[in-house]
Ligand binder design. Sequence first.
Ligand SMILES: Nc1ncnc2c1ncn2[C@@H]1O[C@H](COP(=O)(O)OP(=O)(O)OP(=O)(O)O)[C@@H](O)[C@H]1O
Ligand SMILES: [Mg+2]
Length: 290
Amino acid sequence: MPASLKKRDENIIEITDISFAYPGGHQALDHVSLSVAAGERVAIMGPNGAGKSTLFQMLNGLLQPNTGQVVVDGLPVVREHLRTVRRKVGMVFQDSDDQLFNTTVYREVAYGLANLKVPEDELDATVRWALDVVDMRDSIDKTPFNLSGGEKKRIALASVLSMKPQILVLDEPTSALDPKTSSNLVGLLTKLNQDLGITMVFATHDADLVPLLADRVVLMEYGSIQFNGTPTEAFREKDLLARLNLRLPLIAQLAEGLMQDGLLPAGDLPLSIAQARALFKQVLTASCDA
Ligand SMILES: Nc1ncnc2c1ncn2[C@@H]1O[C@H](COP(=O)(O)OP(=O)(O)OP(=O)(O)O)[C@@H](O)[C@H]1O
Ligand SMILES: [Mg+2]
């Protein structure tokens, strides 16, 4: 069934009580359970070393848990299903150098499609579409290794998008991007989610990104999940956020200050510019009318 036809209440990712230690003995995941519904957008946050990237590598079988189980779209993520699972799960790595290995940008973005023996004209059109999406068409003949960090991230994204996966797993997708590219990416991911029902799981340290892109926030620490709820609920957890080296979105910090000054009514903080604008408009209009 195409992603767009999936029922939104169906869990496309089911992680059940997984634990994992790296060969050196470091316990990177400790009894993690997490369900993600089809079409959902989940942000995973936590300090450096919390286990976010390790968890992501479980989703396409790059790592296997020592105990517990990962199921993607009904398939346990084990050796015999890896080919199918990896077609369903498009993964953008935290470090683009781990992802790029072809000699030209064109070949990099075409790689997965060529393996699937997609007809030449369709492959060519899809590669150009994906490069347009990340605004990198001019680099089509360059070698990926000489690109800047942000350019490499864009090519890594294009190579994943070209496969039109059912699930996008993005490890700090905006970390190397300039503001315009980052904002374009938010727009694109929102559109992919809305139009095609693509499920998104992403790790980020950027609190400002979360309200724009997440339906749900999972907070991790020392390889385990400490919190799982909506962005509004997550940003109420001030003590936990501080403990995890996280902060509120900047606009929420401003609103919090104005609430403390008695200039905004007490209540949930606005988390995005759009939410703040609506709240400020309401308060300013009321004070003008008074
Ligand atoms: N290949 C490895 N061998 C041994 N230990 C590792 C390996 N990769 C990661 N670790 C350890 O596992 C823990 C979790 O690492 P992970 O990369 O999953 O964290 P993270 O939450 O993604 O952090 P960051 O925010 O820095 O990206 C860390 O303590 C890290 O040092
Ligand atoms: Mg990481």
